[in-house]
Design a protein around this ligand. Structure first.
Ligand SMILES: [Zn+2]
Length: 524
């Protein structure tokens, strides 16, 4: 008997809730509030806040409702705001709320790139702006036609004020999604302007180069800058797995004892591509200005970031080049673009080439997260360590990239030289009991990177065992390109090693490379 009663009351519960819901939704004020809440939910997504909390939605809903009461604020604030969200929605859906990366993408994107962006975003991203506009239509047609009683407005204003005070006291105004959206736009534009100003100011400095003009240099010079590649993980230099199958048998010069200047991109590359005594860098005396002084046209094609804490130091060198193209407009993490996307850009530049040219191609190569670098490609290796599989497979991707660049240069018919080096290596770190390859500065392998020079007339595969350092890269480049530097004196590519030992910049000071710890690869 009891159980029958219990079942009956259980069966009644849903219909009771339904009745209550029906009662609520037939109340005009509740209905209005629900419309605003739905609008607020869609606007949150459009502004790029995918995981907005209930309190944010309630806050936006009440703001919209209260501002819509007077037609002046409705037309001047509410409608423009919703339209702005509809415009921002395709970006917000993919990249999230406004950031320096988003702002720089919006400000730097050419019309061709914008077209490509709109063309390649998934169709689902068009749903968001459509839904935003639809809600504006619903508000105008069904909600704004009914007036809300003064009593309701007063009580909603009180709720709104309490909510606002509690939220500001709890986490500050900037953490509420609606003001955060506008504050982020403002601060991102500001930061973007500051970083661009830093770049532009540094490129105003005149280089000091005095070089002997190269007679009739019509060659193409390509410098491919790799990322996080350790020399000892390349089959080219003896690793047991085939990580560089194409380079393994290529003709050219392969430097077996070359070290990077520093253990991370933003400290290594300025010291490699510009003259440096270790701590200080003469940013204007760089490989780009050297090539220009020698009469070459210079091009910078990058799959890394243009602005951002870790990107601007390299971009300072890029700023000197005659033409620049960054696949990523913000920092190196702003979009997961594929290195291979640089190849058509190089192809186009080669077709238009007339005089001698220098092309710098800056790759994402083997940067963490390694599996992301494969852009959906299945890892070539299939060992228990998934991360290592991806890391080693990214080597094969770079190997293929170098081979493709080589054949493009060969096809162009002009004499050429192709340089490839990695900006730094990595070292093993134990995290939660497992071993990972990460940035570090205390082992030799953080600096032991590949350097190779391929040209149109190489006859054999030549291993070069003498010690070289990235601090002498400019000197090496100048020799290979037949440029005679009279002033300023570039660090010699080879002179110092035997006498004083090689120094590297560990991020704080110059240290003796040979004194650093050993961190051998797992498979050797
Ligand atoms: Zn790096």
């Amino acid at each position: 008997m009891d159980s029958i009663l219990l079942t009956a009351s259980f069966m009644n519960t849903p219909s009771l809730i339904l009745d209550k819901f029906r009662f609520c939704t037939t109340q005009p004020l509740i209905k209005t509030l629900l419309f605003y809440a739905l609008t607020a939910l869609i606007l949150c997504k459009a502004m790029g806040y995918g995981s907005a909390k209930g309190i944010d939605i309630l806050f936006i809903a009440l703001t919209l409702l209260l501002l819509s009461v007077m037609s002046l604020s409705r037309y001047l604030l509410v409608i423009p705001y919703i339209l702005l969200c509809a415009l921002y929605a395709p970006v917000g859906g993919i990249y999230g709320p406004p950031s320096v990366a988003v702002v720089s993408a919006l400000l730097q994107t050419s019309s061709a790139e914008a077209y490509e962006f709109l063309h390649t975003i998934p169709a689902s991203c068009y749903l968001l702006p459509t839904a935003t506009l639809l809600m504006l239509f619903v508000l105008a047609q069904f909600v704004w036609r009914h007036t809300i009683s003064h009593k309701s407005i007063l009580s909603l204003s009180i709720i709104f004020t309490v909510l606002l005070v509690v939220r500001i006291a709890g986490s500050g105004l900037e953490n509420i999604k609606l003001p955060n959206f506008f504050l982020s736009i403002y601060s991102s534009i500001n930061q973007y302007r500051q970083q661009i100003a830093v770049l532009e100011n540094s490129s105003m400095v005149m280089p000091d180069w005095v070089v002997t003009p190269v007679a009739h240099n019509k060659g193409n010079y390509v410098i491919i800058i790799g990322e996080s590649m350790r020399r000892d993980h390349m089959s080219l230099f003896g690793y047991p797995l085939q990580t560089t199958p194409l380079l393994d048998n290529a003709k050219g010069q392969f430097y077996n004892n070359y070290i990077s200047a520093a253990p991370n991109t933003f400290e290594s590359l300025p010291r490699t591509l510009a003259l440096s005594d270790g701590k200080k860098v003469s940013i204007a005396d760089n490989v780009i200005t050297l090539a220009k002084a020698a009469g070459m046209k210079t091009h910078w094609l990058s799959n890394q970031g243009m602005i951002g804490e870790f990107d601007t130091p390299v971009s300072k060198v890029a700023m000197f080049s005659d033409s620049r193209h960054f696949l990523k407009k913000g920092d190196y993490e702003s979009r997961n673009t594929d290195d291979d996307e640089l190849l058509p850009l190089l192809g186009k530049a080669l077709q238009e080439a007339t005089q001698g040219n220098l092309y710098v191609l800056h790759l994402m190569g083997s940067h963490t997260d390694f599996c992301e670098r494969l852009n959906g490609e299945v890892p070539f290796f299939n060992m228990p360590d998934r991360e290592l599989n991806c890391y080693l497979s990214s080597y094969r991707k770079t190997d293929r990239f170098i081979a493709r660049t080589y054949s493009m240069l060969k096809q162009s018919g002009s004499p050429f030289k192709l340089f490839y080096f990695s900006d730094h290596g990595l070292s093993h770190k134990t995290i939660g009991g497992a071993r990972y390859l990460r940035h570090g500065g205390n082992t030799r392998q953080n600096y032991e990177v590949p350097l190779l020079v391929l040209s149109d007339n190489d006859q054999r595969h030549q291993l070069i065992d003498s010690p070289y350092s990235a601090f002498g890269f400019i000197d090496l480049f100048a020799r290979e390109a037949g440029i005679n530097i009279s002033y300023p004196a570039a660090t010699s590519a080879t002179a110092s090693p035997e006498r004083t030992g090689r120094q590297v910049y560990n991020g704080y000071e110059m240290v003796d490379f040979d004194q650093l710890a050993d961190d051998p690869p797992a498979l050797l």
